[in-house]
Design a protein around this ligand. Structure first.
Ligand code: MF3
Ligand code: CO
Ligand code: CO
Length: 277
């Protein structure tokens, strides 16, 4: 991957629109998550809502991906393909929405959250809440002059202090006119290393946090990524722009997510990024 784009203000206006559509889609899905629905039901909700808003689901046909959203249940780390699996009480499911607004300049917005299906076990709650805190800590590192390694280090330090591990094989990414662009954004690393952040850079932060070891494998469908040890995994994702004063969470939500213990600033906005706690 090459140079990191600095987005113009007019491009950022388009990014805000598509990122808010992706965020609204996630809020809509959260209202519907309950034991008894299938991951295909989630796919239909996302697909129909996206088209009704004059947008296109970015995953559909992306490198041959067959569905409109990723639904990753329990030990599935990412890229779970919706199907006839029925969600059970106690499951956790990450729903990863990427929307593309083709009008005028086309831009992508990418966001995900992990939802509780019914009542979570203590272990499920732990990995979900650690991953929620990891994305907050990662976002809190974002301001001009900081480095990509600062983001990864903040996430890794928290995950490992809480007895979890950070997936290495999949990383955050630049996003805009393309679904995946430069830079790669690892969720592990060392402070003071990696590319320096500049105002106008747009990328995702999307830590995948495992209860057990970070190692992953890909199933025979060539998409579904699972933990090698079968331990459960959780993830949250936001699309972010670096601003003069810090960052703006483009996919910040206007309301609390249902079925997810959602009570932090990263979900609510305001869009200006507060200092790290
Ligand atoms: N939304 C995922 C990400 O955060 C990518 C999914 S690719 C797909 O980067 F083809 F599986 F949709
Ligand atoms: Co995503
Ligand atoms: Co992404």
């Amino acid at each position: 991957m090459g140079a990191i784009e600095i987005m113009s203000e007019s491009s950022l206006e388009r990014m805000r629109l598509v990122c808010q559509l992706a965020a609204d889609t996630l809020l809509m899905v959260g209202d519907q998550i309950r034991p008894g629905i299938t991951t295909d039901d989630i796919n239909t909700l996302v697909h129909d809502y996206t088209l009704a808003n004059d947008a296109i689901p970015s995953p559909l046909n992306y490198k041959g991906y067959p569905k409109s959203v990723c639904t990753s249940v329990n030990e599935v780390v990412c890229h779970g393909i919706p199907g006839n699996r029925t969600l059970q009480d106690g499951d956790i499911v990450n729903v990863d929405v990427t929307s593309y607004l083709p009008k005028r300049d086309g831009f992508h917005g990418d966001t995900s959250a992990t939802f509780y299906v019914g009542e979570p076990s203590d272990e499920a709650k732990h990995v979900v809440e650690v991953s929620r805190r990891c994305i907050e800590l990662g976002i809190a590192e974002v301001s001009p002059g900081k480095r990509l390694g600062d983001i990864g280090a903040a996430i890794q330090e928290h995950a490992e202090a809480q007895g979890c591990s950070v997936v290495r094989d999949y990383v955050g990414h630049g996003i805009g006119r393309e679904f995946h662009m430069a830079p790669q954004v690892p969720h592990y690393g060392k402070r003071g290393t990696g590319k320096r952040l500049k105002a106008g850079m747009v990328f995702t932060i999307e830590p995948m946090i495992n209860v057990g070891h970070y190692e992953c494998r890909v199933l025979g469908d060539d998409w579904t990524v699972v933990t090698a040890d079968g331990s459960w995994s959780a993830q949250f994702e936001h699309t972010i722009v670096v601003t003069a004063g810090g960052c703006e969470v483009l996919t910040a939500r206007k309301a609390l997510l249902k079925n997810s213990e959602d009570k932090s600033w990263a979900q609510l906005g305001p869009l200006a990024c507060p200092a790290a706690e």
